[in-house]
Design a protein around this ligand. Structure first.
Ligand SMILES: [Zn+2]
Ligand SMILES: [Zn+2]
Length: 423
């Protein structure tokens, strides 16, 4: 392994754009400043003043709020003198009890475990930086944080909760508990911590060119046989085809110049997701049972129900998240696959932007899964009313996970591989 590469990094280093691979010379930024790629406008790096202090404090508060959100009653339902208390874990447990442990696991991971691991992993990296401690395993911890961040869906869960509470208003009295307020605080704390997290305060992303010289700012990293490390973003020599290499600074595995088999993997995941969306929309995602009478409802049926109750804004939100987002995500990725396959030069910057938006909004489709999980847990009033999960929810959950994986396996640098260089 080439040990010298890591230590040689210093002032005047270079960084490669994550989305188009163009090399940029790193220039000092004013506090609060942000550097964008000159070619595709993806964010390159920024300067967050006091980043380590602020992010540590925010993640510490997030950790305490996570404990409170999970320990205290979340929402209680009052109907005819009966009060049912629920905690965060009630949703996953109720799904498992109703014969859908896979769905329960998905809700548990994305709303409870992954947020905790992201918070704990960030603190494990940040606190030693803040206090000058030396701890082993900071690199794997940071790698885990970056890997789990897209799957930590605190905000999406909050939206699912909001929709379910509105749906319950005509059924029973809903009493918010301490856990719910703590969860709202957790959402704010993690969002603020993310915004204050400056990845360069953890690992400066500068990397040297081989040989330590060269004025090539209109070149790509690939032209120098380099690729950005997925974890610390240092420029490292790419692994030979079929081979494996490790980042000399953080020890993460390094792929070749591009993600392996990106187009084939994305197509396969996308095809499976598109197939799963058919039963996901045909079968009911849940059945509401009132006084022994069952009303199965599909995703679109749930939207119609909200419209029928006069809740237009919420209906539009659910329609957008669970119908428009998955379909347009598939359409965008198909467009990207076809244009990349043809080596098209059409609107490269717009296509990169489309990809960026697709990656961010995709997770919001999970709102329907959370909605089902919350309602199954909350509405458990014996003969009066109960909610059962439907098999459509299982298909829908699988489709959302597959579209997220498809977006992650697509390498946006392929859009730019045959592009002309800016002057
Ligand atoms: Zn770029
Ligand atoms: Zn690295």
């Amino acid at each position: 392994m080439n040990q010298g590469e890591g230590q040689a990094a210093g002032g005047g280093g270079l960084t490669a754009c994550r989305e188009c691979d163009l090399l940029h010379r790193i220039v000092p930024l004013a506090p609060g400043g942000k550097a964008l790629c000159t070619r595709c406008e993806a964010p390159l790096y920024r300067n967050v003043p006091g980043s380590v202090d602020r992010a540590s404090a925010l993640y510490l508060s997030a950790l305490m709020l996570w404990v409170m959100a999970n320990a205290f009653p979340f929402v209680s339902l009052k109907l005819g003198g009966r009060v049912e208390d629920n905690v965060m874990l009630s949703g996953p447990l109720a799904l498992a009890r109703e014969g859908m442990p896979e769905l329960g696991l998905l809700v548990f991971l994305t709303s409870i475990l992954f947020p905790l691991l992201t918070i704990a992993g960030s603190l494990y990296v940040l606190l030693p930086l803040r206090f000058g401690w030396r701890v082993p395993g900071a690199a794997p911890a940071y790698r885990m944080v970056r890997l789990l961040n897209p799957w930590s869906l605190v905000g999406v869960f909050m939206l699912g909760l909001l929709v379910s509470l509105v749906k319950l208003l005509d059924l029973a009295d809903v009493l918010p508990g301490t856990g719910l307020y703590a969860f709202a605080g957790l959402l704010l704390a993690t969002a603020a911590a993310n915004a204050n997290m400056d990845h360069d305060a953890i690992w400066p992303r500068v990397g040297p060119l081989p040989g330590g010289h060269g004025q090539a700012t209109a070149a790509t990293a690939a032209e120098h046989g380099l690729t950005g490390c997925h974890t610390c973003e240092m420029l490292v020599p790419a692994a030979p085809p079929g081979g494996r290499a490790h980042c000399p600074r953080c020890g993460s595995p390094v792929h070749g110049l591009r993600r392996p088999d990106s187009l084939a993997r994305t197509s396969a995941l996308l095809g499976s997701a598109a197939l799963l969306l058919i039963p996901a929309n045909l079968y009911p995602v849940m059945t509401v049972i009132r006084f022994g009478q069952g009303e199965p409802s599909t995703i679109l049926g749930g939207v119609m129900h909200l419209i029928g109750g006069g809740m237009w804004p919420l209906a539009m939100l659910v329609f957008f998240a669970s119908f428009v987002v998955p379909l347009s995500k598939i359409a965008v990725l198909v467009l990207l696959l076809v244009t990349v396959h043809r080596g098209s030069g059409w609107r490269r910057r717009d296509r990169t932007l489309l990809f960026r938006v697709t990656e961010v909004v995709g997770a919001w489709s999970m709102v329907d899964i959370f909605l089902v999980g919350i309602l199954v847990a909350l509405v458990n009033l014996g003969a009066l009313a109960s909610v059962r999960p439907g098999v459509g929810a299982l298909f829908f959950g699988a489709a959302v996970v597959l579209t997220m994986l498809a977006a992650m396996s697509f390498d946006p640098r392929l859009i730019w591989d045959r592009a002309e260089r800016p002057r």
